[in-house]
Design a protein around this ligand. Structure first.
Ligand SMILES: [Zn+2]
Length: 280
């Protein structure tokens, strides 16, 4: 592994690409100061009251809590919504957006993060697929309709010592039942998927168009670990054509299929190093 050589190759691939696909997993947000939920240790460090309850991330990110203990469920998601709202996306976002905007084939984002950080950083809402939904959108817990609405008007007051949300909790405007985030949780059969499906269709139409015009595609993948393989699979599928290059930026799981480029760095550092290398 020759990092310098890989940075040069990545810079060249980015410069020569006609279009940019950014794919992102949980590791992307770490450089903006967002907590890493990897393993129970990371989760419990970010949420000490959950350690006291002995509840893991997988157990907490479960729709069951909205019935069993709504204040705890909204304490967890409300705390995260408040955190994501006040987080300033790191410089890597801005650099990628600048590159994407200059491409004649444009850009698209595929992310498993529900934090809305790409929109906050200025990426076009119509050029993002959030495969696990978004915490900035809500749906009815009782599924009285298939409506998904923006959480913009919602404010959540969370007692940070207990991670419990104070009343009033978000309600469905149609039936008055409790609302929940339009986020795909574990063991979640009630997640309403149509918003994500529309995003997915747009991404596929864009990729088909690029393929028809034989455009060169650069896929920049950031912080996508092996635990949830969706993002890595999407990057590799998109980069399978002859005119596509995958640039995988990851401090741990940076191995790539033959012919593609590994950058063993954190997300922000990796992007900075590539752009410094090329002057793109
Ligand atoms: Zn309802």
């Amino acid at each position: 592994m020759d990092l310098k050589e890989n940075l040069k190759r990545a810079a060249l691939a980015l410069r020569e690409a006609d279009a940019l696909l950014v794919t992102a997993g949980a590791g992307l947000g770490v450089d903006s100061g967002l907590p890493d939920f990897r393993g129970n240790e990371g989760f419990w460090k970010a949420y000490p009251p959950m350690a006291k309850l002995g509840v893991s991330f997988v157990e907490m990110a479960n729709p069951f809590w909205f019935d069993r203990d709504p204040a705890l469920a909204w304490g967890f998601y409300g705390h995260r919504l408040n955190l994501y709202r006040r987080t300033v996306p790191h410089n890597g976002f801005r650099l990628l957006l600048e590159i994407g905007r200059r491409k004649k084939g444009g850009y698209f984002v595929f992310t498993s993060n529900v934090d809305g950080q790409f929109q906050i950083a200025g990426f076009d809402e119509d050029r993002i697929e959030e495969c696990h939904g978004s915490l900035h959108h809500l749906q009815c817990l009782r599924l009285c309709s298939q409506d998904i609405w923006e959480a913009r008007e919602v404010t959540l007051d969370v007692d940070e010592t207990q991670f419990r949300a104070l009343d009033p909790l978000p309600r469905c405007p149609k039936c008055g039942a409790l609302a929940r985030p339009n986020v795909l949780m574990f063991n979640d059969w009630d997640w309403i998927p149509h918003r994500t499906r529309m995003q997915s269709e747009r991404l596929h139409r864009w990729l088909e168009g690029l393929s028809r015009s034989e455009a060169a595609l650069a896929v920049v993948e950031l912080g996508a670990g092996k635990a949830v393989a969706t993002v890595r699979m999407t990057s590799e599928a998109a980069a399978r054509g002859g005119k596509a290059t995958l640039i995988r930026i990851n401090p741990r799981d940076y191995d790539v299929p033959a012919g593609h480029i590994a950058i063993p760095c954190g997300a922000e550092e990796g992007i900075l190093k590539i752009t410094e290398t090329s002057g793109t």
